[in-house]
Ligand binder design. Sequence first.
Ligand SMILES: *Cc1c(COP(=O)(O)O)cnc(C)c1O
Length: 479
Amino acid sequence: MDFEHFRDHAHQFVDWMAEYLGSMEQLPVRAQTAPGAILDVLPTSAPEAGEAMSYIFDDFKRIILPGVTHWQHPRFFAYFPANSSPPSVLAEMLTATLAAQCMLWETSPAANELETRMLGWLGELIGLPEDFTGSLQDSGSSSNLVALLAARERASEGAVAIHGLSGLPPLAIYTSEEAHSSIEKAAKVLGVGARHVRKIAIDDQQAMRPEELASTIARDRAAGIIPTAVVACIGATGLGSVDPLAEIGQICSREGIYLHVDAAWAGSALILPELRHYLAGIEHVDSFVLNPHKWLFTNFDCSALYMREPAALARALAANPAYLVSPDGATMPEYRDWGVPLARRFRALKLWFVLRSYGAETLRSMIRNHIAWTNGLAQQIREEPTFELVAGPRFALVAFRFCPDGVTDETAIDLLNEQLLAKINSDGRTYLTRTTLNGRPVIRFSIGQTYTEARHVQEGWNVVRELAAGLMSSTAEPS
Ligand SMILES: *Cc1c(COP(=O)(O)O)cnc(C)c1O
């Protein structure tokens, strides 16, 4: 494809992109596709001869688009958001065009230095102490892995990176029952083992119980196990719970244990000064993660990992084969040693575009709106006699359960909730996710899409009520 054709197609694509974003509301949120349906219409081998871009684009619209779940849909209330925005997409176009590989300072000085500056901007916006330095990782899971790797190196005094785990007593990681699954995954990758992830019991607000943490650490020490890290959560994935950072931090400082904070989702909301109190205890924290690709209008992938001692991590991970020697970059951080991959995308550009294009004030008001609408929704759920608000509002998340009049059996209620969720998600007008509370299914409603307005939240809730009422009248009918 020559550059003239490239220009024509790019213009056509941009027209389509604006059209798509503006009319997405008409599409079902979740792809209404049967498993294997897309696979069945795709040829089993790559073409020998090149094809015209117009055919390829037609197939994108015909085959791919119906099989896409529209994450930027204004009535997407499932999981957590992975919100994007026009300035972020514009930056991604430039990033894709430059296609720079940003492994070393030398291989893209601007990417390296913009990343440094953006992590400074973001850290200041969320009120992190100045002695944290950050880097952009591909995902919250990677950030958690890298933080726990730093913890492992500290607990073993650097021995594991050199000698491996053999000969060492077991290492243990402490987190709550509500922790994200990536903590256990990291323990598997790091050789700590899932068995040595201590899932500390939670209280009635689904927050880690510090006294349980302290007694579990004591028990492990008595058994010769090395307490390696505690992972506290601000805004857990299931129900948005917040662990008591100050109390956990005191335990970690007293015991000399590495403390990592997983704020992958809710960390973005800390740009609101009124939420800064969640950082009480931050003086005890060694590392902190938030994903601008979740709730800060920046395209996936963009996870910000902050550390107090990134140099220790870089020492543990440094690999300096001859082909990576770059004397010019010696005074700059070499981010390749701050994570697992060597190759790095230019992720800072989209964050720069987003932060500049909106400005902090507008970003704050967007997130404040999400939280206000969530509070309003929670109030509606409370007032609805056939629904029970079971958790939240926390940040921009609530969880509820459908419990219609006359149904008292727990198993029957659980089944109704599973049926209701299935109905909601195949209806297509909105999209929600389940989780469990005390072992029983509940339905989450998570607000945070860039294009969501108050009316979309109301429409989503109306769909839930309508389908719940329909479920009752259909089960009441004689079969
Ligand atoms: C989403 C999430 C993660 C994982 O982040 P990814 O970028 O999806 O890997 C980790 N922890 C919490 C609390 C999350 O909400």
